[in-house]
Write a protein that binds this ligand. Sequence first.
Ligand SMILES: Nc1nc2c(ncn2[C@@H]2O[C@H](COP(=O)(O)OP(=O)(O)O)[C@@H](O)[C@H]2O)c(=O)[nH]1
Ligand SMILES: [Mg+2]
Length: 471
Amino acid sequence: MKAPFSFINVCIFFSKRTLFDDFEKLRTANKADVYRKQRLQELGDLIQRRLEYLQNPTDCETAKKLFCSLTKSCGFACQMHHIVHCMISAYALGRTLVLKSDWSMYGAQSFETVFEPISRTCLVTPFKENITDWPAALEYMSRDNTIYLRSEENYSPQQPAFLPPAVPADMAQELSILHGNPSAWWIGQMFRFIFRLKPNLLEEVISRGEKAGFTNTIVGVHIRRTDKILTEAASHPVEEYMYHVKEYYDQVERTQPGISRRVYLATDEPEVLSEARKKYPTYTFINDFNSTRSATMTERNSRQSLHGVISDVYYLARCDYLVCTFSSNLCRIAYELMQTLHGDASGNFRSLDDNYYFHGHNAHGLTAVEAYRSNREGHIALKPGDVIYVAGNHWNGFSMGTNQRTSQKGLFPSYKVEDTVVAADMPIYPQVPLKLTDRMEFKNVSLTRNVETVRSSEKLNSQRQQADASL
Ligand SMILES: Nc1nc2c(ncn2[C@@H]2O[C@H](COP(=O)(O)OP(=O)(O)O)[C@@H](O)[C@H]2O)c(=O)[nH]1
Ligand SMILES: [Mg+2]
């Protein structure tokens, strides 16, 4: 006799919860999570010291420099990603980043009014040298003293191999073991350096959090509406976000019965807050309403709005779990910064739309780790080792993509493919002390993830062409 459908569903539901409990036990067995967090902290600190060294040459005039300016007309989080693009390029080329950073938005504030300057010795004001545009620099190892990266769309003649998802080769292997998303961790480290608030603003942000009542354990929800919905992304109802918040707390409740269900709600649509409070009375919504109000289209172009969005990003990154849309730059910054604060927090999110990505990244295929055969219409077969170019995640267990071996495009179970960690040669800054404690070496540990080293941009270019052709 067939078991009733609802009975099967109940069995699956409880098996899933038990399985998640077991994963948590495995993750924390022998304090492995503590070790991983500590080691990631050490590697992150090393990157910060290297950036500090790179950004503060003793003689700015003779130092090799990369010049960037914030001329893009887009929001704060989009601009911040552009700065990260510049910072990664600067690190990979061994050039000091010089930033001209007057925002046309946000009441014409500049980067330095809210963040610590990215250099103390190489300032933009006394900067008079002739600058070679990146495209004219012919190749990015140019001997010119200063090159100008106008925008990431301007990489020329080829997009360099060091761009995301690549991470520095000297730490790629270790990162592949320590972290679920090395690329997001590495981008997060760039943000950690850039996102250093001026003391006055830090004080203000801390007081905003105290007033709102921010405290962990808490789930960060970012509901992006207004201008985004018209052109770039779909609107998702509050219920869709809250479904995943409930899932998170139901799981946590198994080990922490009676836990307060707190949500840090960031949004640019003021009505969302009252709607959420009305529909979910058993949840405590923590929100900085001044920030929400100043994010509306009529108020957005103001200093208050800039402070508000910085404060929201600061707190979203400090949440234990994020529910948001990765189509938003703001949600992605929060996720990237989160990786520098919580050890491996690569799985602590739920995006309602896109997979995680970095704008302007190099295409890279995912690797199939298990075979998949299916007669279902619209599904494709996988063999272990196949390279798949993923077009999107349907968030129902299946992703859409093209199998490079068969050129077939269709659906396959998302868990059957794995991100390949991409390692790119970058300077190792021998002048900067490692200061890492003598810990377990991973040399003898057999890796479970693929690490692919990219050296030449030709290889990436051919991959990009394949990806473009297949999607
Ligand atoms: N304070 C605050 N501002 C927001 C929020 N969502 C959007 N904004 C504003 O809208 C802008 C959207 O900027 P952008 O960087 O282009 O990100 P994206 O359009 O979401 O990818 C932000 O920089 C803020 O000024 C939010 O939750 N809180
Ligand atoms: Mg935008």
